[in-house]
Ligand binder design. Structure first.
Ligand SMILES: [Zn+2]
Length: 305
């Protein structure tokens, strides 16, 4: 560690720390490679993030309690290693940071994990003001292109631009960004992104728009579930009636037990079999013969006899 670095670190401490009291290490925060979500930071976004991340504390997991905030970034810069290019042929650029941890009994373990390479991959939390479509260059939320789809031989990706805040970074167990072994998460707006975020798991932050979208989705699913439940109830009612004709020895509680764990497909199958059996036994049900119902399940029992 040179004198400059020690000075930079001591800007954040309440008393001057000596080199012996500090452990420093380098990390790659993020880069301009297209990640598996088909998103990438713009080079200018990385430049701006290099300023925003200075002074930001890092946590060892996604639990943002003070006692987990073990490391602080004191230096951050972009770098482009010679001869490295992104998958789509741009000059590769990454955001490298230097961070320090005060040496203490409490930090022994995390220092050991960093030195041994167990803690290596980093996830960053930042907010971006702009998301640009790589195909048409306009605001990604307003164009019709879909990230990951290919248009005239060009794969659409979302360019994350104009970062407004860098609020945290943390070590993670599983990297999401393929090339650098680095993952990222940040505030996103549209529905597709919410699904991605939910799939990623861990601790996530949702904006007001995203909360609204989630609430709408929940209402839609609740409605669908209610329809499904009504359909199941109709099927079960029919099955009980048909069973009374086709299998009179079968007690109703036994039937309930059998059907309780059946899904709609199995219930439909049972309904069909009981219908066939019942129509053999009791081939005429004149009052229902003309009824054409709109139900989704097989009602041949009523219509064909
Ligand atoms: Zn577009």
């Amino acid at each position: 560690m040179d004198k400059n670095e020690l000075e930079l670190i001591n800007k954040y401490t309440n008393r001057p720390f000596s080199e012996d009291e500090l452990f420093t290490f380098s990390i790659t925060l993020c880069d301009n490679e297209i990640d598996r979500d088909n998103e990438r930071f713009s080079d200018t976004a990385l430049e701006k993030l290099s300023r925003l991340f200075v002074g930001v504390t890092g946590i060892t997991d996604h639990d943002p309690r003070a006692d987990n905030q073990t490391a602080r970034i004191y230096e951050c810069r972009t770098e482009s290693p010679d001869g490295q290019y992104t998958v789509d042929g741009r000059k590769y650029m990454r955001l490298r940071a230097k961070a320090y941890i005060p040496r203490s009994k409490c930090s022994d373990e995390v220092i050991m994990q960093i030195e041994s390479g167990i803690k290596k991959e980093v996830s960053v939390g930042c907010a971006v003001a702009k998301k640009i479509c790589s195909v048409c260059g306009s605001d990604f939320s307003s164009c019709n292109h879909i990230a990951g789809h290919v248009y005239s031989g060009k794969k659409c990706s979302v360019i994350l631009d104009e970062p407004t805040d860098a609020y945290e970074w943390s070590f993670v167990a599983v990297p999401a960004q393929k090339a650098a072994g680095v993952s990222k998460f940040y505030r996103k707006e549209n529905k597709m992104d919410i699904e991605k975020k939910l799939l990623q798991g861990g601790e996530q932050t949702f904006s007001a728009d995203e909360m609204k979208a989630l609430s709408d989705k929940l209402s839609e699913l609740t409605e669908k579930a209610a329809d499904g439940e009504a359909y199941r109830t109709r099927l079960l009612t029919d099955i009980r009636k048909l069973s009374a004709v086709a299998l009179p020895e079968l007690k109703s509680d036994t039937l309930s037990f059998i059907t309780s764990n059946m899904n709609a497909d199995k219930l439909e199958e049972l309904h069909k079999a009981l219908s066939a059996k019942a129509s053999e036994i009791m081939p005429v049900v004149p009052q229902l013969a003309h009824v054409k119902t709109e139900t989704k399940y097989d009602n041949s029992y009523y219509n064909n006899i």
